[in-house]
Write a protein that binds this ligand. Structure first.
Ligand SMILES: Cc1cc2nc3c(=O)[nH]c(=O)nc-3n(C[C@H](O)[C@H](O)[C@H](O)COP(=O)(O)OP(=O)(O)OC[C@H]3O[C@@H](n4cnc5c(N)ncnc54)[C@H](O)[C@@H]3O)c2cc1C
Length: 376
């Protein structure tokens, strides 16, 4: 069995790893001379995702946090997670994944741009996997992949020592625009980032974010890119051609995180092949399963990004109803639906829902509507 993967970003690399592990020959094509470039990602994942990625992730752990601050326009809450949240060195992670791939017998074709799928046909691949990212033209050319909502994301790094030891995500209209902003303290630096729906607002929003955290130093590094938010039920397979990664909208709808869904899907493909399913069935089932999982928190995510006041209400009521005690240390950073599911099923949820309804029926109905859309 032989597979071609086009694009050596995170998704192409993690699928390469698990397909090689399934004893499948993999040819990996990448238009750039190096992997991990251009840098765009913050690199925050759960411990589960770190385990799914494997040794390459563990080696590239830059920091870890026992939870996160979630902030609305006024309210703030600290939630501790079941397992630590990890900040990875993203560039080095991709370099190490490529290194392992070559060491384990994979064939890499760096500096090789694939202009058309038919370029590969002479090699008669059993499957062709397009992992060309959200900007890639190849998946669009074959009529596959993501067509939904994108936001513009930016990260800036500052050489300052933070007094905070938690990272913060903030939903408001000042430091982001229909998305959220983030503050990530590391040993000797801080990463500030935000997402905006309107590209023209990117720098002014980032400026306000700097002001909020009282950072008057000049950044030493800026990077970013398009973030996928709001997955759609897109076509991911045509005959033996598949699309994965950002190109397929395999991203958590709330944060745009792509590492968890792709690591999960690659791992599931490996498990299915090991259980005796054929390659094409395994790829299709694991990608579709992952997309269905992401879809479960789709509407809720967009409702929270667009209505940060709902986040305030939720935080306030989570604290007052005692729900915080139920969800603390009981949630996984990457598994968003789990947080919602656990909250609804927890013993304090009736108090929470009743208080919320009493306090603001309109916001309550807005939230319920998106939850119902997600659950049904
Ligand atoms: C600001 C920002 C912050 C983020 N933070 C996080 C985070 O904290 N946690 C998280 O999980 N995710 C995060 N993400 C999302 C994550 O970075 C992406 O989901 C992930 O990198 C997507 O990987 P990919 O392989 O699908 O696409 P890409 O990384 O875009 O890779 C596509 C690759 O394909 C190559 N390519 C394209 N066309 C061709 C062609 N025709 N021939 C050959 N090669 C080709 C490109 O050169 C590129 O290397 C963030 C994204 C942004 C923008």
């Amino acid at each position: 069995m032989r597979v071609a993967i086009i694009g050596a970003g995170f998704s192409g690399l993690i699928f390469s790893k698990y397909l090689l592990k399934s004893n499948i020959d993999v040819d990996l094509f990448e238009e750039h001379k190096f992997v991990g470039m251009p840098e765009h990602c913050t690199g925050i994942v759960s411990s589960l995702t770190e385990r799914l990625i494997g040794d390459e992730a563990e080696k590239n752990r830059l920091s870890q946090y026992n939870g996160l601050n979630i902030s609305g326009t006024k309210e703030k809450v600290y939630l501790s997670t079941r397992d630590p949240v990890i900040k990875l060195n993203r560039k080095k992670l991709e370099e190490d994944l490529l290194y392992s791939f070559i060491k384990n017998g994979g064939r890499d074709y760096l500096s090789t741009k694939v202009d058309e799928i038919s370029d590969l046909s002479r090699n008669r691949y059993d499957a062709i996997i397009i992992a060309d990212g959200v900007n890639g033209f190849l998946h669009k050319m074959v009529g596959l992949g993501f067509k939904g909502r994108i936001v513009y994301g930016i990260n800036q790094e500052f050489c300052i020592r933070s007094l905070e030891d938690h990272f913060t995500v903030k939903f408001d209209r000042v430091t982001s625009n229909n998305f959220f902003s983030w503050y990530v303290p590391l040993k000797d630096k801080v990463i500030l980032g935000t997402g905006v729906e309107n590209q023209r607002e990117l720098m002014s929003t980032q400026y306000r974010l700097k002001k909020l955290y009282n950072i008057d130093k000049k950044e030493y590094k800026t990077y970013g890119g398009l973030i996928i938010s709001g997955v759609n039920k897109s076509l991911i397979r045509k005959n033996n051609i598949f699309v994965i990664g950002d190109a397929a909208g395999m991203n958590k709808p709330l944060t745009g995180g792509g590492l968890y869904p792709n690591a999960l899907s690659a791992y599931l493909t490996y498990v299915l092949i090991k259980k005796g399913f054929n390659l094409l069935e395994s790829l299709e089932s694991s990608i579709k399963f992952t997309l269905a999982l992401l879809f479960k928190s789709n509407h809720l995510s967009i409702a929270l990004q667009r209505n940060p006041e709902i986040v305030d209400e939720l935080i306030d009521i989570i604290k007052k109803s005692g729900l915080i005690n139920d969800i603390n240390r009981n949630i996984d950073y990457d598994f968003h639906f789990d947080i919602i599911y656990k909250s609804i099923r927890s013993r304090n949820s009736h108090k929470f829902l009743y208080n919320f309804f009493k306090k603001d029926p309109i916001k309550f109905f807005k939230l319920s509507k998106s939850l119902i859309k997600d659950i049904t």
